[in-house]
Design a protein around this ligand. Structure first.
Ligand code: FES
Ligand code: FES
Length: 171
């Protein structure tokens, strides 16, 4: 067994794990973070996607020991103060899910796509999500949701920057 210290969804954990334990197993079975799901055994589906130090990874493809000393965010840590993340909100509003099994991974990957490219084209969104499979084939609404989230996030960041400029002018 190996001891790991990891922060998951803002909470610090220190646990003994077997060296072969996958990050997704640790999250689900060790911490009860069952919002992160397993959809394949071939590293193909992306259902298990989480953020490791802010970058998306397939957590079935990472060992728990590799997360030692790092920060993991799962779908369960994305909302802040009870308010859905703009990508979660957009998936809800655009009905970007059918069975919902791929949704946690899709949302985590979509966040990563928008972090790297806040104004992606439809093609760029499709390419950014190509490692995530939706078995219900609901890609059309998923892409629409990511476009809507991009718009919402860019208007909230321009609002924040105009508020801070206004504060700078008035101070
Ligand atoms: Fe990780 Fe399918 S469960 S890629
Ligand atoms: Fe069913 Fe994507 S909504 S797998």
């Amino acid at each position: 067994m190996t001891r790991i210290n990891v922060t998951v969804d803002g909470v610090s954990y220190s646990d003994e794990v077997e060296p072969r334990t996958l990050l997704v197993q640790y999250l689900r079975e060790g911490l009860g973070k069952t919002g992160t799901v397993v959809g394949c055994d071939t590293s193909n589906c992306g259902a298990c996607t989480v953020h490791l130090d802010g970058t998306s990874v397939k957590s079935c493809n990472v060992l728990a020991v590799q997360a030692d000393g790092h920060e993991v965010t799962t779908i369960e840590g994305l909302a802040t103060d009870g308010e859905l993340h703009p990508v979660q909100q957009a998936f809800h509003e655009c009905h970007a899910l059918q069975c919902g099994y791929c949704t946690p991974g899709m949302i985590m990957q979509a966040c990563d796509v928008l972090k790297n490219n806040p104004d992606p084209s439809e093609q760029e969104i499709r390419e950014g999500l190509e490692g995530n499979l939706c078995r219900c084939t609901g890609y059309h609404n998923i892409v629409k949701a990511v476009q809507q989230a991009a718009g919402a996030m860019s208007s909230s960041s321009s609002l924040a920057s105009s508020q801070s400029s206004a504060q700078a002018v008035s101070s």
